[in-house]
Write a protein that binds this ligand. Structure first.
Ligand SMILES: *Cc1c(COP(=O)(O)O)cnc(C)c1O
Length: 397
């Protein structure tokens, strides 16, 4: 693109960014390079490559052309210099963390983070002599007091699951700067359309691309994004860990990305409408959605985000039997984990994510018997509301 021209908007970049205009055999789409290795033409070709006179691919674990385009496009959308794409969101998180820490280090993570991320930091890192302090989300004094001389980074999600708590990124950056430590944000629930943590000076951003970015509930993928010098060691470790995403998955990710800004626009508006509907329903005790005025972090959400996203968490009136009756009455909305795909999904955290917790433990975490997390999909908003209306009637009766 001409340097002087106005940069393309996100919808155009989601379609064109990171790929050459003229592609292999004039294909309009990025080809799927379904290959595990790449051939050298001759000895001269090898020499050009090893002496870094020529950039090219060598072996599948070290990179693939379809993967490279996906990395460039995601970096463009997030406003990052570079990115690494992984086989899952967890692979992105664990590889990133492992590349940053060494024995004797300390890390700080907020308690409202993804269960598997917390588990990894609490249990696995400990085995390698890396200490982890889990701090309550939203208490910035406790967070700052948890920082020690050997603290390597602060990790948090924003917004969080299931209550969609929003981290004040300006405050986080100030605290981190006072102590000269790095900041990592799992921005999966926000996406680069609704929030760009790098613009707040956050060092590294991760996403589970399984969710909104691919958007069709058909692949698992993850990504880490940031400055070139921070991404380089993560890419190096990735080459040893081997948490590769294959070319076909990258193609599906690129395909999904073409409609990503469009899907986000629709999900932001549809979910807000559904959230307002739920808030006004007599069978609903409470609704958590960052773009509702009633949300405890509404003001921060409005400052640092441009949309509330597709997730709505709500508590029904009644008991576990009511919750089950409601769930069993849904006809279109699927009962399944995940979010950000075309299909509307609902989960009942008490019986799925927290099935192995005691009631007391669960209640302490605020996971009641009647709590639901709804991921609004791309169906007609009236149909989503009609499905809820029908199922909620069972609770009211
Ligand atoms: C889903 C999710 C993950 C894990 O991603 P996978 O692609 O399932 O490995 C991590 N963080 C958040 C916030 C998620 O929603």
């Amino acid at each position: 693109m001409d340097e002087k021209k106005k940069p393309y908007g996100p919808a155009s970049r989601a379609i064109h960014a990171g790929e050459p205009r003229i592609k292999y055999e004039d294909s309009i789409t990025t080809p799927i390079f379904q290959t595990s290795t790449f051939t050298f033409h001759n000895s001269r070709d090898i020499e050009d490559y090893t002496k870094k006179k020529k950039e090219r691919f060598e072996y599948g674990r070290y990179g693939n052309p379809t993967e490279l385009i996906a990395q460039r496009r995601l970096a463009d959308l997030e406003g990052a210099e570079d990115s690494v794409v992984f086989s899952s969101g967890m692979m992105a998180i664990t590889t990133t963390i492992l590349s940053l820490v060494r024995s004797g280090d300390h890390i700080v993570i907020t308690d409202d983070s993804y269960k598997k991320t917390l588990e990894f930091c609490k249990s696995y890192l400990k085995r390698f002599g890396i200490e982890c302090t889990i701090v309550p989300f939203g208490d910035y004094d406790i967070l700052e007091n948890a920082i020690k001389k050997n603290t390597r980074f602060i990790f948090s999600e924003s917004p969080t699951n299931p209550y969609l708590n929003v981290f004040d990124l300006v405050l986080l950056k100030k605290i981190a700067d006072r102590h000269g430590i790095m900041t990592l944000i799992d921005s999966t629930i926000a996406t680069p359309i609704n929030q760009r943590p790098l613009e707040f000076g956050i060092d590294l951003v991760t996403h589970s691309a399984t969710k909104y970015l691919s958007g069709h509930n058909d692949i698992l993928a993850g990504v880490v994004l940031g400055r070139k010098e921070l991404i380089a060691p993560i890419r190096d470790l990735h080459k040893s860990m081997g948490g590769l995403i294959d070319a076909h998955c990258c193609y599906l990710l690129l395909r999904g990305l073409k409609t990503f800004p469009l899907r986000m626009e629709r999900m932001n508006s549809s979910a807000l409408e559904v959230a307002r509907y739920l808030e006004g329903h007599p069978a609903v005790e409470r609704v958590y959605y960052p773009f509702l005025e009633s949300h405890q972090h509404h003001h921060i959400a409005k400052e640092q985000m441009t949309g509330g996203g597709c997730i709505i968490t709500f508590d029904l009136k009644g008991d576990l039997a009511d919750a089950n009756r409601f769930l069993d009455s849904l006809e279109m909305i699927y009962i399944a984990p995940s979010f950000g795909g075309a299909e509307s999904l609902i989960t009942h955290p008490a019986s799925v994510s927290y099935y192995d917790y005691s009631c007391e433990e669960r209640y302490e975490l605020g996971i009641t018997d009647t709590l639901f997390r709804l991921a609004v999909g791309l169906e007609d908003t009236v149909d989503i509301i009609a499905d809820l209306e029908h199922a909620l009637a069972v609770v009211t009766n």
